[in-house]
Design a protein around this ligand. Structure first.
Ligand SMILES: *Cc1c(COP(=O)(O)O)cnc(C)c1O
Length: 478
């Protein structure tokens, strides 16, 4: 038995929970009518750990990972799932992924450091980034992490460091795919307005065909460098699996080009992240909610793997190993975020329900107009009777859930936002000198803090006052 299958054999068996009403396999309305995460009543968790609170279901995260892994394995001989660490880069999350045998996509020295600190097999990690720093490259190379090149001078920098350390550095190359078939396609304006091709062309990522051929030709002759993969990330600008299949096909087309130009055929293609997930109650960018019709891992796998196989056959290429880097699709549905109701205010035309959870904690609600479905924690199936704006306590309009049909809410009540396991904690902000929430990991009936709640010292502790300002207001210069 190889290493990977030994890890997978040791991973716990998952039995979805039978809820009154399910929001996921391990999140739903429990026996007492409250919202439960796995075997824990969320009202109890909020009382025990305080609010605002992030909750992650370990078993839901494992389930989401396995859904992607198994869907792609069913369609393709050699697949490796690299969790996009940035979507939730807590140490406990990384440990869970390790026990599943999942690799990881690291962005920057700190995420790489945390993945290594959590004991992730470095051969299953990749480093992505458009402006990699010297210490970042050295950390990757010293630990055997594949570096996806995204600048013309990166190869020489890697070669120099690898030679100095006396090691062979694994490298990949990030591509700027042509995406001609997506010239007229529009999606989820992630990178400004325009078609998918225009959006992709406008971002800083990836190397042109000529550039990649040049990098490959030079790398082949470098004894301290080993070419491993090509890489592309379509990002979440589309939630149509057909667009992802176009992308996957073009990865192989590019492999054919590299073979013809350089004699090197990529043994592995990494097709990045951007994979969505849907819920019957809707989630995602407000203009384009992902609901029960959203693509599943199976939809993606079927179309992408067929495209890869077809194009490889057409060009007479061997099937490469396939890597993908889902983030949000794995971590998103594994989390809920809890806020407690404070002031409730009725105006001439609106009613505002203030919460202690804000767009600091759910930043996508503000910057991407993201819809997180909100439910009351107690009596979670209660019918919505009035339309309110769920707002946080920051100095801006701070709308975490505008125009929501909710049951009557009063000071002290709890509200949960679903599917907040990805890009919430990892992109939380401290605006208005607010304290960042705690995170609790739920596993069955067990709940443990995995991120400590911030305290005043964490906010004030980084600031320094230069000597000449210390007592200046009492003793101004004459
Ligand atoms: C952000 C990112 C991902 C993950 O994206 P999701 O939308 O969370 O799946 C994967 N790979 C790269 C290179 C990324 O930048």
């Amino acid at each position: 038995m190889n290493h990977q299958s030994r890890i997978e054999k040791r991973a716990p068996e998952l039995k979805p929970v039978d809820y009154q009403l399910s929001f996921g396999e391990f999140i739903g309305v429990g026996p007492n009518g409250n919202l439960w995460v796995d075997g824990c009543d969320v009202a109890d968790l909020a009382n025990r750990f305080g609010t605002p609170l992030y909750i992650i279901s370990e078993n839901q995260l494992r389930h989401n990972y396995r859904a992607f892994r198994d869907a792609f394995r069913a369609e393709y001989p050699d697949v490796e799932i690299l969790f996009a660490n940035k979507s939730n880069n807590g140490l406990a999350i990384r440990h869970i992924m390790n026990t599943e045998g999942a690799g990881g996509d690291c962005f920057g020295a700190q995420e790489m450091y945390m993945a290594l600190l959590a004991g992730t097999n470095p051969r299953t990690l990749v480093l992505n980034g458009s402006n990699k720093q010297e210490d970042e490259l050295e950390m990757a190379i010293a630990n055997g992490i594949c570096v996806n090149i995204d600048a013309m001078d990166e190869l020489d920098r890697i070669d120099e460091i690898a030679a100095r350390l006396g090691v062979v550095a694994d490298i990949g190359i990030r591509l700027k795919l042509d995406l001609e078939p997506l010239r007229e396609r529009t999606g989820v304006a992630m990178h400004g307005p325009g078609t998918l091709k225009q959006q992709s062309d406008s971002t800083k990522w990836g190397m042109t065909r000529e550039q990649t051929a040049e990098i490959v030709k030079r790398a082949i002759d470098m004894p301290n460098v080993q070419l491993r993969e090509t890489h592309f990330h379509l990002s979440r600008m589309s939630n149509d699996p057909a667009d992802f299949a176009v992308m996957a096909r073009e990865m192989i087309t590019w492999s054919g080009y590299l073979r013809d130009q350089t004699g090197w055929t990529p043994p592995c293609i990494d097709i990045g992240g951007g994979w969505t997930f849907g819920k019957w109650y809707g989630t995602g960018p407000n203009s384009q909610l992902d609901d029960k019709n959203a693509p599943t891992a199976e939809d993606y796998a079927r179309l992408c793997c067929a495209a890869i196989k077809e194009e490889a056959e057409r060009l007479g290429l061997p099937l490469p190993k396939l890597r993908l880097e889902p983030g949000r699709a794995l971590s998103g549905p594994a989390g809920v975020a809890i806020g407690r109701v404070g002031a409730v205010k009725t105006g001439a035309t609106r009613k505002w329900v203030n919460l202690d959870i804000s767009t600091n904690h759910l930043s996508w609600a503000a910057v991407l107009d993201w819809y997180y479905h909100a439910v009351p924690v107690v009596d979670a199936r209660a019918e919505g009777t009035e339309t309110v704006d769920l707002v946080g306590s920051l100095c801006n309009s701070d709308e975490v859930g505008p125009h929501r049909k909710m049951p009557a809410l009063e000071r002290g009540d709890l509200v949960a936002f679903l599917d907040t396991g990805g890009y919430t904690e990892s992109s939380a902000a401290r605006y208005n000198a607010q304290l960042l929430p705690a995170t609790v990991l739920v596993t069955g009936a067990r709940a443990e803090v995995t991120t400590e709640r911030e305290q005043m010292k964490d906010v004030a502790g980084r600031f320094r006052v230069p000597a000449h300002l210390l007592a200046a207001s009492f003793a101004p210069a004459e």
